[in-house]
Design a protein around this ligand. Sequence first.
Ligand code: FAD
Length: 527
Amino acid sequence: ENFPIVSQFMVMFIITRLLSIVCKAKPLAHCLSNELAEKLRTDPKSISTASVDFGNIVREAPEAVLHPSCPEDIADLVRSAYCDGDSSIPFAIAARGRGHSIRGQAMARGGVVVDMTSLARHHSGGAAISVSWSRHLGYYADVSGGQLWRDVLEETLRQGLSPVSWTDYLYLTVGGTLSNAGISGQTFRYGPQISNVYEMDVITGTGKLTTCSPDENQELFYSVLGGLGQFGIITRARIALDRAPKRVKWMRMLYSDFSAFTKDQEYLISKNGRYQDNALDYVEGLLLMHQGPPDSWRSSFFPLSDHPRIISLLKQHKIIYCIEVAKYYDDLTQNTVNKDLENLFQGLSHIPKFMFQKDIAYVDFLDRVREGELKLTAQGLWDVPHPWLNLFVPKSRIADFNDGVFKNIVLKRNITTGTILIYPMSRNKWDDRMSAVVPDEDVFYTVGFLHSSGFDDWEKFDLQNKELLRFCEDAGIELKHYLPSFGNEQQWTRHFGSKWRRFHQRKARFDPKMILSPGQRIFSRNQ
Ligand code: FAD
């Protein structure tokens, strides 16, 4: 009686919308509790937010968005889709972290999108991130799957601790990056983020909430890591922690010669023992092209007073290769860090006098991309289309890639204004039991074309992406895509290579009705 008329109307509206989803797919309404139905939103703002992503290229509208307050809400929803035993197609469900995918991977056309950040929000006061220690694991944090890495950093730093493996940008969710890999300059030494997880709670495509680890439900554990959301929804992850350093020596050196650049990068990542004193903590690299300024939105690094001489170097060489490294230090190592770096850099062949250094707080180093995001947001340029392309290139073909792609396509087309990243990592830091796919060579490079286009011209970047992929195909360069997006099963089969059969079997086992993450477009739901 006291239920306001507006709320009654809303509930009726939601139930009617749900019925419409359900009628198209399969009878679901009788499986949904009222409590769950109330957590589904169908208002235009919720639908439109869940219909776009950072790529701003694909648009797929769900019928409803779930804002879960606990993992059971998600399990109820998945069971609702799975519950009916007949052969009709159940409605699809996609977990959405921050929707920072590029090609609709977190969308669910006509289905339900689960806003995972809502799960994290419902643990206010930091309770969604709890830090513990065990003799077996050392320090670790249990975090919600919808938690932003930035929040994980802040909370663990309070206790003098920190995760060891990062992405360049921290406003991504734990579940989202673990579904891909989570890579950055730390990967060569600490492995990708998926190599730094001890345990997870996962809701599979049958609606079962399962705890998994290398010792318990092992197959699910390895399936989900790098599994593109295909096998389950991560509601909790147990992340490895270490003592947090205080400060960072952040350095860049410039090269005009590609082989000197890659030789030095490979030397620097060869010192990759986790507890090795003379190892760097972060090694990346990027291309500077004569048509752009030396700094980009991703970081303002070079001193303004040095811009003129860097620009004149760029005019001379057209492409300059830049190694970017970081070494952490704290009170104990502050007196030795410079000497360690000096020793490590002996014999490097960068252009003399083109080495630059900054000394900044650890948190500022990790959060370095945020400043650029805020600037672009203020200018209305953060939400433009992003036809990004991320590739893993085997070390044996990286020189061919430089000649054929950077020099012959990117430089000639002269349209690239965003960042191009290039840095190596070692295969032995990746666990082959996981779903993530990397090239079959001990060392491979990640190359990221992080294009920012205007609102109407993203297709020209897409054409460049296609052209360079065609070049690699013709030249027999065996690439793997990172954050992949393919249009048909044949391309996926090729992408996964020897892992495809197992990927397929895992899907049949953990999500037999193909309910989860349809936006990846790996499996056809009409089979
Ligand atoms: P979403 O895009 O929302 O989801 C990605 C996929 O995972 C979808 O298929 C979704 O259904 C699934 N998913 C989401 N949450 C869960 C969950 N809890 N359980 C199961 N499946 C789930 N990546 C790097 O590795 N390194 C970087 O340095 C890096 N920098 C980036 C910088 C920017 C500015 C942007 C936009 C992206 C960057 N990325 C980087 C890519 C990023 O890792 C991916 O976009 C990833 O998808 C994480 O984003 P998200 O949390 O928004 O996930």
